[in-house]
Design a protein around this ligand. Structure first.
Ligand code: NAD
Ligand code: USQ
Length: 382
């Protein structure tokens, strides 16, 4: 089966491309490499030294004999989209290729506009291209758990049945996103749902939680295949940041009280979820939503777990509550459903002290590359 991984030079996309290639899928990558450019503009860098995309793909072929085609370009450029659709003829498109940082989208007007134009226009181009070239293509789109926000009721998987004035309907779950980035994902979801309805396209929106971890069986095969590991204030995410902070002796940066609760998952589960979605496509006209996370934690829970694992490893980790740069609830109810991917075969890797220890050891291995000045938050929501 021919699978196109849009955003395949990124953290989730690269690991997914290699995994699916190893599993026998015919994989191609599309990426504009804009993320490497944004890192340079911000003066930040991944903890791990990532090789150029073409060298990564060549190394994969040398090691496994499997070829991954790479198309370098911007999916906001429709003639470019038409060219890879014509030449690769995908049967499924896995769409990771967006600006994915909430703080990046809150830097200023320009970054908010850039995020929404990049994400919404790129996604729309893919929808139009699927309609133009082959409406049977299954679009598997990375959404985010943050589309729902933190409502005071249970979070369902995409839809909720509501009774109102004696009538009942199954409606899209209410969305209360917390940044201009998270809003872009809501806009995408609406556009995809509409395209499925009017053109009969098939799509799966994967509302993914915060991803942690680094090594997969494939990215760990060789230094040239290593994945990115962000720890800076803009692109670094909570648990990965805490592990790197612990490894370099920086206090763990808990924003506010740390009661913010989110869904999390191991990157090895991200790649498996992608395979599950591809192997079990949505029906024609169906807009399906899966919540893609395996466990819920508060930020403070995570910091305490990292402190414990770090202290056990002799690191003497300090935990610090700092003023929250975001406008978000710090004490709230949170209970999100996540049964559909498990029903289709996901067996989660749960967070454990041994996993944290290996992540800490990995971070220690690269700690000479860490720049402590990238850690404290400067971008605020106000
Ligand atoms: P990433 O920044 O590492 O990778 C995204 C890739 O997309 C980059 O290589 C970038 O160059 C490419 N890209 C961006 N805009 C593009 C465009 N217009 N045309 C072509 N390529 C483009 O991000 P990631 O962490 O791998 O996230 C991938 C997806 O998963 C995103 O859509 C994100 O919203 C979603 N997601 C990520 C997480 C997480 O914790 N990392 C959690 C939930 C959801
Ligand atoms: N946080 C801290 N300290 C830190 C970093 C973050 O306390 O050093 C807190 C934040 O305030 C927030 C929570 O941790 O309450 C999560 O923040 P994050 O930066 O780890 O994740 P977030 O901004 O939500 O974004 C990340 C990805 C994004 C994805 C999202 C999934 O960057 O692409 O969509 O996770 S979710 O959170 O479910 O929306």
């Amino acid at each position: 089966m021919k699978v196109l991984v849009v955003g395949g030079d990124g953290y989730c996309g690269w690991a997914t491309a290699l995994y699916l290639s190893e599993r026998g899928y015919d994989v191609a990558i599309v990426d504009s490499l804009i993320r490497r450019h944004w890192d340079q503009q911000l003066g930040v860098d991944t903890l791990t030294p990532i090789a150029p995309i073409l060298r990564r793909a060549d190394r994969w072929r040398e090691l496994t004999g499997k070829k991954i085609d790479v198309f370098i370009g911007d999916i906001c450029d429709y003639p470019f989209v038409q060219s890879f659709m014509r030449s690769f003829e995908p049967e499924a498109i896995l769409h990771f290729g967006e600006q994915r940082s909430a703080p990046f989208s809150m830097i200023d007007r320009e970054h908010a506009v850039m995020t929404q134009v990049n994400n919404v226009a790129g996604n729309l181009n893919l929808l139009w291209a699927i309609k133009e070239f082959n409406p049977a293509i299954h679009l598997v789109k990375l959404g985010t758990m943050g589309e729902y926000g933190q409502p005071n009721i249970d979070i369902e998987e995409g839809y909720i049945t509501i009774q109102h004035n004696g009538r009942e309907d199954r409606l899209p779950y209410p969305m209360q996103p917390g940044s201009f980035y998270h809003l872009s994902k809501v806009h995408d979801s609406h556009n995809i749902r509409f395209a499925c309805k009017i053109w009969g396209l098939r799509a799966t929106d994967l509302n993914q939680g915060v991803v942690y971890g680094i090594l997969t069986d494939q990215t760990g095969m060789d230094d040239m295949l290593i994945n990115r590991l962000d720890y800076d204030e803009v692109f670094g995410t909570a648990l990965n940041r805490f592990c790197i902070q612990a490894a370099i002796g920086h206090p763990l940066t808990v924003y506010g009280s740390g009661g913010q609760t989110r869904g999390f998952l191991d990157i090895r589960d991200t790649i498996r979820c992608m395979e599950i979605a591809v192997a079990n496509p949505a029906s024609a006209g169906e807009f399906r939503v899966f919540n893609q996370f395996t466990e819920q934690f508060s930020v403070l829970d995570l910091a305490n777990m990292v402190k414990q694992a770090g202290d056990d490893a002799g690191l003497n980790v300090e935990l610090r509550h700092i003023e929250n740069p975001r406008v978000e609830k710090e004490a709230h109810y949170y209970n999100a459903k996540n049964t559909q991917l498990r029903d289709l075969g996901l067996v989660p890797h749960c967070l454990s002290e041994s996993l944290l220890t290996s992540l800490l050891q990995f971070a220690i291995r690269y700690k000479q590359r860490a720049d402590p000045s990238q850690i404290m938050p400067t971008v605020t929501w106000k």
